[in-house]
Write a protein that binds this ligand. Structure first.
Ligand SMILES: Cc1cc2nc3c(=O)[nH]c(=O)nc-3n(C[C@H](O)[C@H](O)[C@H](O)COP(=O)(O)O)c2cc1C
Length: 192
């Protein structure tokens, strides 16, 4: 049996990301759980940003943003950036997070996040009350000590990254669980 709820916005797990827009001198951070890779060539990321906050207009004006994946160690800082507005404060200063200048865009990346993407805004649409931004990835950074084999992106140590996970609906944060299997492989066990 299944219980019907009609059209609802519930999803899990969601990565917790911090999206930064602005300049190294004056940047804002917003917590965004509605983030996804969209395409591979060119590599693009999509983010959904509400129209009520500070960040939607800032991204439209600045035409770029960085996406920074949050480790569980900075859960409180990430939550803070999701319950305060850049309209009222400098969230870098208040949270203690550290901006680092990007290479290809104006918006800085965040030092305390182990995986960072520099994105240039290429498309934007308004769906109801939400902006949907498409950013073409210009650069990707991983903390070197989180790579098992330096220089090899696929060797990323996911346990060391310790990504914070958001459970929509229940509105709670979780840690990532243990490895369940090898993707693109384990399904072969069903082949006749
Ligand atoms: C865990 C979490 C996830 C969030 N995800 C999103 C999201 O995907 N899109 C969005 O527009 N707001 C999201 N928010 C809310 C914004 O972060 C919040 O409205 C923020 O205060 C806006 O900041 P700003 O005014 O500086 O842009 C989230 C908040 C939290 C705590």
């Amino acid at each position: 049996m299944k219980t019907r709820f009609g059209p609802q916005k519930i999803m899990f797990p969601c990565p917790v990301s911090l999206v930064v827009t602005g300049t190294i001198e004056q940047a804002n951070i917003v917590t965004i759980a509605w983030v996804s890779l969209l395409t591979s060539k060119p590599p693009t990321l999509g983010i959904s940003v509400g129209t009520r906050g500070f960040s939607g207009e800032a991204i439209k004006k600045n035409k770029d943003f960085s996406v920074n994946i949050v480790p569980a160690e900075i859960m409180k800082e990430a939550d803070f950036c999701g319950i305060r507005s850049g309209k009222d404060m400098d969230k870098f200063e208040e949270s203690g997070l550290t901006p680092i200048a990007s290479q290809h865009i104006q918006s800085p990346i965040i030092k305390e996040c182990p995986l960072n993407f520099e994105c240039r805004l290429t498309q934007w649409s308004l769906i109801g009350q939400t902006n949907h931004f498409v950013g073409e990835i210009q650069e990707t950074y991983v903390d070197t000590q989180k790579l098992k084999d330096p220089g090899e992106l696929s060797s990323i140590d996911i346990d060391a990254i310790n990504p914070l996970i958001y459970i929509g609906g229940a509105r709670e944060y979780r840690h990532m669980g243990a490895k369940a299997g090898d993707a693109y492989t384990i399904g072969n066990e069903l082949k006749k």
